[in-house]
Ligand binder design. Sequence first.
Ligand SMILES: C[S@@+](CC[C@H](N)C(=O)[O-])C[C@H]1O[C@@H](n2cnc3c(N)ncnc32)[C@H](O)[C@@H]1O
Length: 246
Amino acid sequence: MIPSDPWDRETARSYDTPDTGMFAPELLRQTVDRLAALAGGGRVLEFAIGTGRVAVPLRERGVSVTGIELSTAMIDELRAKADEAAIPVIVGDMATVLAPGRFSLVYLVYNTITNLLTQKEQVACFRNAARHLEAGGRFVVELGVPDLRKLPPGQTAVVFADEPGYIGLDTYDVLNQRVVSHHFRFGDDRQANLLRSAHRYIWPSELDLMAELAGFDLEERSADWTGTPFTAESGSHVSVYRLATR
Ligand SMILES: C[S@@+](CC[C@H](N)C(=O)[O-])C[C@H]1O[C@@H](n2cnc3c(N)ncnc32)[C@H](O)[C@@H]1O
């Protein structure tokens, strides 16, 4: 059984890892540089804003940021860093809820589109991004490439991380294009902490088709936030979609 609310208070409290991992200053600087440039001085909207890992430094850069977020526990963590006046947040589902006004950029990072577990919801998310954008506006999606080359026929689980005190294990349901990520954290005693999250993985080509259904063209795809070319060996991508003007 996967917990129905993986983004509960316990997860929210331990989400931020200041200065390391996804909070590494260099990674955040690159992310914010690219998003600020793509915003072109306009207002931006983050789908699934979480604790404000990206939104807070983007706001500090002078960009006007609004968020949509389902978990009130994650929003509470954000509120310790930025109040409602600095970063307004609408509580709701990024596939359906509306934030007031129009934006030059909507972004959805750190594989979070896969938290929507059906193709229908993922397409709805693209349509919801389009609904929020000005003419010619952009939707940026950061997403991993499904790691299925590591999964031999007949096997359903892959260890994706094996570090002191931490093991990451993915279990696949390839028929339904789903993966459950298990994060085991432990010390020297018998106790371990397990966090699980369910995802519907998406191939880049399917993502492009979802974008097209919502009226976007792919403007650019790179392997990271600095514009490194995307190749067959890339593990993830930053895809920039632009609302078609036709
Ligand atoms: C991996 S975190 C990413 C948070 C933040 N964007 C970041 O980069 O650190 C995923 C976030 O997505 C939120 N989330 C999951 N499904 C959502 C949905 N359908 N609508 C809005 N937020 C959602 C979770 O509550 C969680 O805060």
